[in-house]
Design a protein around this ligand. Structure first.
Ligand code: SF4
Ligand code: SF4
Length: 343
């Protein structure tokens, strides 16, 4: 075991000037906000000829592949002082048909800037010189990766800023998600199947929109709702069977995959307050009163989350922002809250 003074020295040497030295964190944050700095999209193998032993990309292939990658991938791992500790537990995976009418309705619900799978795939198809597939030949693969219990426990103790494990989960977890999804996209494209992860394209820039405030043109959370993986809570996080403390992701493929979860008709079906029960524990966890009985003030939340960058740089030596206090020490932290009927 290291003595406290030695740990302090190690920490002091570790990215002392994170503002300029945590290049990966800076690139990741800029990418997340402005859709910049991503790797080039992989090219489609247009000469692919199917062989008897070519993989068959059915629903179970995606479920097993994503589970295996999240469970065993070396990048699903934190940094000093949590070397070797995982970021996420086993994910939930769901599918949405590319022509599901809800995806078109998102243009009214979220805003006209929100892409349909067809629109995002059209860009990928045209950049590879092939005809865009029909919406009915596309599917969205959606997944949620639960944050491990040690991270949730630490964040549950915090009152203003995130704990170090949470900050690392935001930074390394986002990068890990991009890495493993890219591995899947590359594999599909090599096998002649068009695929795209919208959040690593230049189109993924977050902006303030008149109807919904801060939003991106591809909402992973809305995709996860459409896939039947969860419903929205008061803090706008998605309450899944594993709770709200997770990271959500999704990508589009030129395959017809069958939905595997029933979608609750009510987008707030699993939130206690929205179902008329007493709760609002998320509101009392928020240090800046960004949640009340009517919902979530995105702008107030955004200002606090943005301000956390300074705290994370100073205390954890990483360039990241985050909060998530309203996702921990709440009844929906790790599952559908007691009192809600979910089946
Ligand atoms: S803490 Fe309660 S009110 Fe807030 S999202 Fe969770 S279930 Fe809903
Ligand atoms: S993320 Fe933080 S600032 Fe935003 S609503 Fe939750 S507790 Fe409040």
């Amino acid at each position: 075991m290291f003595k406290t003074s030695k740990i302090k020295k190690m920490r002091d040497r570790y990215r002392k000037f994170a503002y300029v030295s945590d290049i990966a964190g800076i690139v990741n944050s800029i990418g997340e906000m402005h859709g910049k700095g991503f790797l080039k999209q992989p090219k489609l193998n247009k000469n692919f000829v199917k062989q008897p032993d070519s993989p068959v990309f059915h629903e179970n292939w995606f479920i097993e592949k994503i589970k295996d990658l999240v469970v065993a991938h070396p990048d699903n791992c934190k940094e000093y002082p949590f070397y070797g500790e995982k970021i996420f537990d086993e994910p939930l995976i769901g599918f949405i048909k590319g022509d599901d009418p809800l995806l078109e309705q998102y243009k009214d619900i979220i805003g006209p800037h929100h892409f349909t799978p067809y629109e995002i795939m059209k860009i990928q198809a045209e950049s590879n010189g092939v005809k865009p597939p029909k919406a009915s030949d596309l599917s969205v693969v959606s997944f949620t990766m639960p944050i491990i219990k040690e991270t949730k426990k630490d964040n549950a103790r915090k009152k203003k800023w995130p704990c170090e494990r949470w900050a690392q989960t935001r930074r390394m977890g986002e990068m890990f998600s991009q890495v493993f999804v890219r591995e899947i996209i590359v594999h599909l494209m090599e096998n002649g199947i068009l695929a795209i992860a919208p959040d690593v394209t230049p189109m993924f820039n977050k902006k303030r929109y008149p109807k919904v405030g801060w939003a991106s043109p591809w909402s992973h959370r809305h995709m996860a709702y459409a896939a039947g993986l969860g419903t929205f809570g008061m803090q706008d996080f998605l309450i899944t069977r594993n709770g709200v403390a997770h990271r959500v992701g999704s990508f589009v493929v030129n395959l017809q995959l069958e939905p595997n979860h029933e979608r609750p008709a009510d987008i707030h079906a699993w939130c206690l307050h929205r179902q008329g029960h007493s709760c609002l524990k998320c509101a009392s966890r928020c240090p800046v009163n960004a949640i009340d009985k009517n919902g979530h003030d995105k702008e107030r939340c955004y200002q606090h989350v943005k301000a956390s960058t300074k705290y994370c740089i100073k205390n954890f030596k990483i360039f990241i922002y985050g909060c998530g206090l309203c996702a921990t020490r709440v009844p929906c932290e790790s599952g559908i809250p007691d009192g809600i009927e979910s089946d």
